[in-house]
Design a protein around this ligand. Structure first.
Ligand SMILES: [Fe+2]
Length: 237
């Protein structure tokens, strides 16, 4: 089973974009040209209906493993008996990733239909970027080996919880970026011992900008809380 992108990211290498995958049975109306992606499905994270409960959660990352917020994820799937609702919007819904790039879909395990293994459809689009149309798959499905569209890179991690299933999947979109880094720490002008990130106790003494200070109140130093700026925390000594 492929590792989640969040695990691959720990090795420090660039991420591989989630592959494109489309079986052509997407009945959604083609998007008109325009500045905004306007999906036809309702905005919702819960797709109600009878069947085995399923949640799919995860993150959307760019190529440098930066979390992507406000990514549109448009899911659609077959119902419990393997049928798509092409009249109304049953088992269709779109949502947006949050500030951490996270999403969660609450639905049911899609039913099987002839010629295909079990799958979820999804379109993913970061703001101002091309749409990725792809599918997600379930491990251990007998038809995975005979489905010509199946791609093991699109396998979700699935566990059984009670009578339901909890799946996770991380998308990687073709969005360049720089890896998240810790905020830079600026050395104090003129040197000094005060440092961002250090936890100071009342009574500690530092130097900053050529002056000495005594800590009045325990705290963790942050950028912007340089001793001359926060008389509640530091007193000239
Ligand atoms: Fe399908």
């Amino acid at each position: 089973m492929p590792a989640l992108a969040r695990q691959t990211a720990e090795t420090g290498g660039p991420l591989t974009p989630t592959p494109y995958c489309d079986d052509g049975d997407d009945p959604t109306i083609p998007q008109t040209e325009g500045p905004y992606f306007k999906p036809n499905s309702p905005q919702r994270t819960v797709l109600p209906g009878a069947g085995t409960p399923l949640t799919v959660s995860g993150y959307v990352f760019g190529l440098a493993c930066q979390p992507l917020a406000n990514v549109l994820l448009d899911f659609w799937q077959a119902d419990n008996s393997g049928a798509y609702d092409n009249i109304t919007y049953n088992f269709r819904g779109h949502q947006y990733t949050n500030a951490q790039g996270a999403f969660k879909l609450t639905t049911i395990v899609p039913g099987l239909y002839p010629g295909r293994t079990r799958h979820l459809h999804v379109k993913a689009q970061a703001p101002g970027r091309p749409i990725l149309t792809t599918q997600l798959y379930f491990p251990g499905e007998p038809r995975n080996n005979t489905d010509t569209i199946f791609d093991p890179r699109l396998l979700m991690t699935v566990r059984t919880v009670g009578t339901g299933r909890e799946a996770t999947f991380d998308f990687v979109l073709n969005v360049p970026g720089v890896p998240p880094t810790d905020p830079p720490t600026s050395p104090p002008p003129g040197g000094g011992t005060w440092q961002v990130g250090v936890t100071y106790q009342a009574g500690d003494r530092v130097t900053y900008g050529g002056a000495a200070y005594r800590c009045l109140q325990g705290h963790q130093a942050q950028a912007g809380w340089e001793p001359p700026n926060v008389p509640a925390l530091w007193q000239r000594a």
